[in-house]
Design a protein around this ligand. Structure first.
Ligand SMILES: [Fe+2]
Ligand SMILES: [Fe+2]
Length: 154
C-alpha cells in the first residue's frame, strides 16, 4: 500500500444506479478542487473550509447508501457500512490533524490514498449494492432519496 497513487484522470467505475454515479462524480470533483487549492497559493483557512465541505459530502454520501441498504435489507449491509465507518473515521482524523498542523504534504498524501480507496470501494461494495438495489424503484435524483430519508426518521 506504500505506493498508493492513482491518476485523478482515471475514470471512476460506474455502477447501476445513476444517483450513486453522480454523487461519486461530485465527490471526485470536490477533492480535485481541494488538490488544486493545496497546490496553489490558497491560505490554510480556505483549505479548512473546503475540507469541511468534503467531510459533509462524504457523510451524506455514506448515510444515503446505508439508508437504502437497510430499507431494502441488502445482505452485505454490515460489510459495506463497515467500510464507510472506517473511511469516514480516517477522513475525520486527517481533518483534525490538518486543523492542528496544516501540513500540506500529509493532506496531499492522504488524498492519493483516498483516491485509491474510492476506486476500490466503488468497484466492489457500491457496484454490488447498486446491482441489488436496481430491482427496486429507487429515484434517480439525490434530492428525492434525501426526502425519503427524512420521512423515514420522522
Ligand atoms: Fe458510494
Ligand atoms: Fe459505499
Amino acid at each position: 500500500m506504500a505506493s498508493a497513487t492513482l491518476d485523478f484522470s482515471v475514470n471512476l467505475p460506474q455502477v447501476g444506479l445513476e444517483f450513486m454515479n453522480s454523487v461519486h462524480g461530485e465527490e471526485l470533483s470536490l477533492v480535485n478542487q481541494l488538490l488544486a487549492q493545496l497546490n496553489g497559493d490558497n491560505n490554510d483557512a480556505a483549505i479548512s473550509a473546503h475540507l469541511n465541505v468534503w467531510v459533509a459530502h462524504t457523510q451524506a454520501h455514506f448515510e444515503r447508501e446505508n439508508f437504502l441498504m437497510q430499507e431494502y435489507h441488502f445482505f452485505a449491509y454490515p460489510m459495506h457500512a463497515a467500510e464507510h465507518v472506517q473511511a469516514l473515521q480516517e477522513l475525520k482524523s486527517v481533518q483534525s490533524a490538518w486543523d492542528q498542523a496544516a501540513n500540506r504534504e500529509t493532506l496531499r498524501a492522504y488524498i492519493q490514498t483516498w483516491r485509491q480507496w474510492l476506486q476500490q470501494h466503488i468497484s466492489t461494495m457500491d457496484f454490488i449494492t447498486a446491482q441489488f438495489l436496481s430491482q427496486f424503484p429507487i429515484p434517480n435524483e439525490v434530492t428525492r432519496i434525501d426526502e425519503l430519508r427524512r420521512h423515514d426518521t420522522h
